[in-house]
Structures are given as structure tokens and as C-alpha cells.
Write a protein that binds this ligand. Structure first.
Ligand SMILES: Cc1cc2nc3c(=O)[nH]c(=O)nc-3n(C[C@H](O)[C@H](O)[C@H](O)COP(=O)(O)OP(=O)(O)OC[C@H]3O[C@@H](n4cnc5c(N)ncnc54)[C@H](O)[C@@H]3O)c2cc1C
Length: 305
């Protein structure tokens, strides 16, 4: 039978890291599962200008590195595995990775989000070679030649990714199906750095000819064709909760953005539960809130540290 831990955290992004630091300082020994490198999505933010304490801004990577350094200094136990399934039976959460099963009295789900897929005719066969959902997946470092990249999306993330791609010397065109919904500041910076922008433009079909991609779009009543080397899709993100059992998913649906659920010992923190309110400082606050709730719960249960 698997050994039982008192508190487990899924995800080591800003929310999971903050929960772990809080709990460790409170005398607990949280077990943290992380399927990639710790630091979360924050690692990919171009420049964070709204996290208190950094009046000149800080790159997402450097801020994430600071979080991770603090996390490691606290001596938190991390399991570098993806969690495939979580269920709740006989007063315990059952956590399954590919190889192992773990039991826990309390659990904090801080697994963030994954990119939404969009349907463009011909796109699926290009995924992973010339069509991507994350900019760091584009093979930019191996080839120093400037590439043309078409970014599809009009939110903060699409424009933030554009700024990173421009810094890596690519030529970027942004395609947005309506007017952009990003911060005006990001749009201004992207245009100033040379990005080309089309609004009210709907991508319809993509075709490959030799190494080039040809994207057919519709702008108002006009048809347009744009050629490019790569396409990056940034059209929103969905919560990472596919590993929850159907009964735990119901608790996710009922949590109403508060983190705490009607099942004692289960709570959510950060982007995974924040809808469109996804920011680092919110995730950090959620992580600490979740840590405090679980501390109280375990104390009441007599299962403290
Ligand atoms: C391009 C971009 C720019 C941004 N700019 C800013 C900004 O300027 N200011 C700001 O405040 N915020 C910004 N953000 C938002 C910020 O990055 C997020 O709000 C923050 O990272 C959310 O933290 P989190 O811990 O909730 O989730 P995440 O950072 O997404 O972390 C979740 C972690 O869980 C792990 N995980 C997921 N599923 C599993 C599983 N099944 N098993 C194990 N591990 C799992 C993931 O690998 C990940 O490490 C930006 C985001 C992006 C993408």
C-alpha cells in the first residue's frame, strides 16, 4: 500500500511554489509534483512589469528563477512526474503517475492552463513542425536566419509572445479575428518593434508548398493569402484538470473562483481556477491562501506536520 502524505501540491508554477513555501515554513512537508521544470508559465513571459518590487520590470524567466531558488532553499520534496489521475476514496486523495500511486490527506491543485486548439483547415498535420502553440517550441535557436512567423491571436499572450519573437530577430505578423484585446502598451511596443498587424482577419486554410506555408484568410469581404515559415497560435488557454476523476471535476465546477471547494482537503490555486484573471501576483496569493486553508484543515483533523 502506498504511504500517505498529509499534503500534496500538483504543479510548481507561482501558485504551487507559493503554497509549498508557506506550508514548509508552517512545519509541513508538502510533496510537489511537477511534469516540467519548476517555474510554470511565468518562465515564458517577456517582461513582467506589474509584480511589486521590480519597478523597472523583470523578465518572466528571471522572476521564475527567483521563485524556484526560494522553493529549493526551503527543501521542498519534488517529484518530477506528470500526474495522470486523481481520485478521492476512503478519506484520502489517490494520486497516480505513470509508475506510482500516492495517497494524501489534503491536495492543492495548481496545474495552470494549456493552449486552446483552433480549427484551421490543414493545420493539424503541421503541428509540431511548422505550427506551434508555444514560441519556445519553434526551432529558433538552431537556425540563426530570420524567420517569418505568423501569430494568430489578439490577447496579452499573443502580443507578449510577439515581443519575445521580435527580440529573437524574427519577422512577425499578427492576425486577430476581431480588434485586439491586449493591453494597449503591448500592442504599441510590438508595432514599434516592427510587427505587422491585421485585425478582423479570419484564418481559414493553411497549405504547405516546399518549405513555405500559405495561409488563406478572410478580412471583411476580401480574401487574402499570407506566406510564412511558421505559425504560432495564441488564442486563449484552458484549465489543466483532465486528470481529475468525474466526482472531483464536479468540485472544480462548483469552486466559483474561491479556491476552496465543498470537499474538505481539496482546493485549487492560480491560473487553473482564475478564468481570465490570470496574473502572477494572483497565483502567488492563491497559493498562500490554499496553503493556509490546508494548514487549518490538517490541524483540525489532527494530521498536522
Ligand atoms: C506570455 C505570457 C506573459 C505573461 N505576462 C505576465 C505579466 O506580465 N504579469 C503577470 O503577472 N503575469 C503574466 N503572465 C501570467 C503568469 O505567467 C501566470 O499567471 C502564472 O504563471 C500562473 O501561475 P500558476 O502556478 O497558477 O500556473 P502555471 O505557471 O501555469 O504553472 C502550472 C504548473 O503545473 C504543472 N503541471 C500541469 N499539469 C501537471 C500535471 N498533470 N502533473 C504535474 N505537473 C503539472 C505545469 O508544468 C506548470 O509548471 C504571463 C503569461 C504568459 C504565458
Amino acid at each position: 500500500m502506498a504511504e500517505r502524505n498529509n499534503v500534496t501540491i500538483l504543479g510548481a508554477g507561482p501558485a504551487g511554489i507559493s503554497a509549498a513555501i508557506y506550508l514548509k515554513r508552517a512545519g509541513f512537508h508538502p510533496l510537489v509534483f511537477e511534469k516540467q521544470k519548476p517555474g510554470g508559465l511565468l518562465k515564458h513571459a517577456h517582461l513582467v512589469e506589474n509584480y511589486p518590487g521590480f519597478s523597472y520590470g523583470i523578465t518572466g524567466l528571471r522572476l521564475a528563477e527567483r521563485f524556484v531558488k526560494h522553493f529549493h532553499k526551503m527543501g521542498v520534496t519534488t517529484i518530477p512526474s506528470e500526474v495522470h489521475h486523481v481520485d478521492y476514496k476512503n478519506d484520502a486523495f489517490i494520486i497516480r503517475t505513470e509508475m506510482e500511486t500516492y495517497l494524501s490527506t489534503a491536495i492543492i491543485i495548481a496545474t495552470g492552463t494549456h493552449p486552446k486548439k483552433i480549427r484551421i483547415n490543414g493545420a493539424s498535420s503541421l503541428e509540431g513542425t511548422q505550427l506551434f502553440y508555444e514560441p519556445y517550441a519553434i526551432p529558433h535557436q538552431v537556425n540563426t536566419v530570420k524567420k517569418r512567423i505568423l501569430v494568430i491571436g489578439g490577447g496579452d499572450i499573443a502580443f507578449d509572445y510577439t515581443l519575445s519573437l521580435l527580440d529573437w530577430s524574427h519577422k512577425v505578423t499578427i492576425l486577430c479575428r476581431s480588434e485586439p484585446s491586449c493591453l494597449p502598451l503591448l500592442q504599441k511596443q510590438a508595432l514599434r518593434k516592427g510587427a505587422v498587424f491585421y485585425s478582423k482577419c479570419i484564418a481559414q486554410k493553411v497549405q504547405r508548398n516546399r518549405k513555405e506555408l500559405f495561409l488563406q484568410c478572410r478580412q471583411g469581404d476580401q480574401n487574402m493569402e499570407l506566406s510564412t515559415d511558421f505559425i504560432l497560435i495564441a488564442c486563449g488557454r484552458n484549465p489543466n484538470i483532465s486528470f481529475l476523476s468525474p466526482s472531483l471535476k464536479k468540485h472544480f465546477d462548483d469552486h466559483a473562483n474561491a479556491g476552496k471547494t465543498s470537499l474538505p482537503g481539496l482546493c485549487f490555486a492560480g491560473d487553473v481556477m482564475r478564468g481570465t484573471y490570470r496574473q502572477t501576483a494572483i497565483a502567488v496569493g492563491d497559493g498562500i491562501f490554499a496553503g493556509m486553508m490546508m494548514q487549518r484543515y490538517l490541524k483540525e483533523k489532527g494530521d498536522a506536520s
